[in-house]
Design a protein around this ligand. Structure first.
Ligand SMILES: NC(=O)c1ccc[n+]([C@@H]2O[C@H](COP(=O)([O-])OP(=O)(O)OC[C@H]3O[C@@H](n4cnc5c(N)ncnc54)[C@H](OP(=O)(O)O)[C@@H]3O)[C@@H](O)[C@H]2O)c1
Length: 263
């Protein structure tokens, strides 16, 4: 029998009081029964944070896996996302997502990507309304730059709690990190295992020295920097090993070498 994965349960505080686990399970491109199976595997392995989106077409499957898992609702952090063209009907959209997920509230709801014209500010007002109605604990955005963060904050007086952006050691940018921290916005990374990261010789070298996989090194780099990371896989062995990262640490030299890869 293999040992149970050692899943980290460190969290960050969000603007409206939520506690966001640094490690989550990503579900993009996982559909149908695979989505139920993969989400069940992640929950069984000990992940307590799920990331889905309306456009992934798997909210119902993620919700079914969560309902059938027996894990108490308040132990799991659930994020879904809203397309940017829902301004004016945002509250209806979140209610529909909640129905599919079999939930009465979300932990985090994100504008999935920036919209045109006044769409961001208009939809962000709907997000604030949904939060005030108790349909979601914290609200945030995805794929926003600094000007877009300014726009929605100025329009409503409410700063996004989280910005989910493409992120990995190869995309590390200390100015982006500093800007998010100065604004009090949690930086959540996505697609951290794409873009050649898994084959990068520096990452592979660190992984070989530590007797770990390149994916575990990349995930550990996020955790030690306090970036939220949401690796996705449909394979049970990868889901377990990606989460099995509480039992080792990167050295300061490792972190420095990984930070330098984007240079
Ligand atoms: N906000 C946005 O615009 C946005 C955009 C993209 C993604 N996301 C979110 O971020 C999550 C993660 O990003 P992502 O889906 O692009 O995937 P990712 O976590 O970067 O993984 C990329 C691919 O690597 C493979 N993989 C996973 N673990 C591995 C391992 N240990 N060894 C080798 N290969 C491995 C997976 O394929 P297999 O499934 O075949 O294992 C996966 O398709 C998404 O699922 C989604 O929740 C958000």
């Amino acid at each position: 029998m293999t040992d149970a994965p050692r899943i980290p349960h460190d969290t960050l505080s969000l603007a409206n009081g939520g506690r966001m686990p640094l490690l989550g399970f990503g579900t993009w491109q996982i559909k149908g029964d695979d989505a139920v199976r993969a989400t069940s595997t992640a929950l069984g392995a000990g992940y307590r944070h799920l990331d889905t989106a309306l456009v992934y077409g798997n909210e119902a499957e993620v919700g079914r896996a969560l309902a059938e898992s027996g894990v108490p609702r308040d132990e799991v952090f659930v994020t879904t996302k809203c397309p940017p063209d829902r301004a004016g009907s945002g509250v209806d959209t979140i209610r529909e997502s909640l129905d599919r997920l079999q939930l009465d509230h979300l932990d985090l709801w994100l504008i999935h990507w920036p919209g045109e014209g006044s769409a961001n500010a208009d939809l962000w007002s709907d997000f604030v309304e949904a939060r005030e109605a108790g349909l979601v604990r914290d609200i945030g955005v995805s794929n926003f730059d600094g000007a877009m963060l300014d726009e929605v904050t100025k329009a409503t007086g409410v700063t996004p709690a989280v910005n989910q952006i493409e992120w990995s050691p190869l995309l590390f940018d200390a100015d982006v990190v500093a800007d998010h921290r100065a604004r009090g916005i949690v930086l959540e990374g996505y697609s951290s295992l794409r873009g050649g990261t898994l084959e990068h010789p520096t990452i592979v070298g660190i992984a070989e020295r530590l007797g770990r996989t390149p994916a575990q090194v990349i995930i550990r780099w996020h955790l030690q920097h306090e970036f939220v990371v949401i690796p996705k896989s449909v394979h049970a062995d990868r889901i377990r090993s990606n989460g099995d990262v509480a039992g080792f640490e990167l050295t300061d030299d490792d972190l420095g070498a990984l930070d330098a890869l984007s240079g």
